[in-house]
Design a binder for this molecule. Structure first.
Ligand code: NDP
Length: 343
């Protein structure tokens, strides 16, 4: 593990700050380190929780997780986060959030939480399977990751910002006036197709079965949007284009018939996977793995354990809503500690 204490980290760039900052973990004693507030995950929810927790003097320790900075480090421009009138790249935005968390008393460490034990009043967490940490409060902000089709050209164009994305609300604006393909048949896909249809002259919606999985109301919205063309039994065979999407080769999985769709964007809406596996058996979650919390609160069924961001949100999934829930989790943690006489 490497560690960055709560101070300004100079002018180092994002990758430098994330990959090589700090020094080895300093806790060399045999008894586990004890912190008031442990934050798991380093997306907008985690950093917002850190900023609030640090300013409340909870001296938070953040364990970054396998993808420091979270999903936004894999996006290009972010134009819908308030406070950036000219937009900001995802990695730059995450670096801004990180710098802000470091301005106060936050300690950020590389590492991956691999096990938890929420049996006792003190919550036990293991980092990289070996380092045990004890925490009075835990804020889970482990996020979720979009599912992809797994086609080589899809992944290549996604990684170079070449027109393959999994968030219509984030990226739809860039395709205003252009034709796009959207893949999926659930509620997200229907919502995103109707969103895109307001910006794009034509939205091809590729559904691999002969029916939708979405609720009737959502399907009704799609069916009543004239510029959405639903292609049932249809899958993506290949994504065309060297540096940017220049078409999608679709195939009918019943007849084998292929068709080139003239589009410049490919939106994938085939579901997300919340990173909540290690909490199975400890916390309540829905069938897809999204963590449950109290209504109007971020508290889970374990006292002192709170959840923020996409790990508990399958509906909104935006950076700004994640950041808001991170703030809420830190406030809930602080109030809970105060009520326990621990802060
Ligand atoms: P879902 O898991 O509900 O749907 C995923 C869809 O993607 C399915 O139709 C599935 O097809 C399709 N799919 C999966 N893999 C592939 C593939 N490789 N190729 C083509 N298609 C594929 O995910 P959602 O994100 O839509 O929804 C997740 C949860 O969030 C649901 O419970 C949903 O109700 C909820 N939600 C609620 C919203 C709301 O209330 N406003 C908005 C958005 C989501 P198939 O049907 O063939 O398996």
């Amino acid at each position: 593990m490497s560690e960055v204490e709560g101070h300004r980290d100079g002018d180092r760039g994002y990758l430098c700050a994330f990959l090589s900052a700090g020094r080895p973990a300093t806790n060399m004693s045999t008894s586990p380190e004890h912190v008031k507030c442990l934050i798991i995950g380093s997306g907008p929810a985690g950093f917002s929780a850190a900023i609030y927790a640090a300013r409340a003097d909870l001296k938070p320790l953040m364990i970054e997780g396998p993808l420091p900075g979270g999903q936004l480090t894999q996006t290009t421009e972010v134009d819908n986060y308030p406070g950036y009138p000219k937009g900001r790249s995802g990695p730059e935005m995450m670096n801004d959030l990180r710098e802000q968390a470091l301005r106060f008393d936050t300690v950020i460490r590389n590492g991956w939480v691999t096990k938890v034990d929420f049996t006792g009043p003190v919550h036990k967490v293991w980092v990289d399977e070996k380092t045990e940490i004890h925490a009075d409060t835990v804020i889970i902000s482990t996020g979720a990751s979009a599912k992809w089709l797994g086609l080589p050209n899809e992944i290549r164009l996604r990684d170079i910002g070449g027109g393959v994305t999994a968030c219509a609300v984030c990226d739809g604006f860039f395709y205003k006036g252009q034709n796009v393909v959207l893949v999926g048949a659930g509620d997200s896909a229907c919502e995103e197709a109707t969103y895109l249809a307001k910006l794009c002259p034509k939205v091809y919606m590729l559904v691999r079965k002969g029916e939708f999985r979405a609720s009737k109301a959502m399907v009704h919205r799609v069916e009543n949007t004239p510029n959405i063309e639903v292609l049932f039994h249809t899958e993506v065979k290949d994504v065309l284009g060297e540096h940017a999407v220049d078409g999608v080769l679709a195939v009918n999985n019943k007849t084998g018939e292929e068709r080139k769709l003239d589009v410049t964007g490919l939106f994938i809406a085939i579901g997300h996977t919340p990173a909540t596996e290690i909490f199975k058996g400890w916390l309540d979650m829905d069938e897809a793995g999204y963590l449950k919390h109290e209504a109007d609160r971020t508290s889970t069924k374990i006292p002192g354990v709170f959840v923020a961001g996409d790990a508990a949100d399958k509906v909104y999934r935006q950076a700004v809503t994640s950041a808001g829930s991170g703030c809420m989790a830190a406030l809930d943690a602080e109030r809970w500690l105060a009520a326990q006489g621990k802060h």
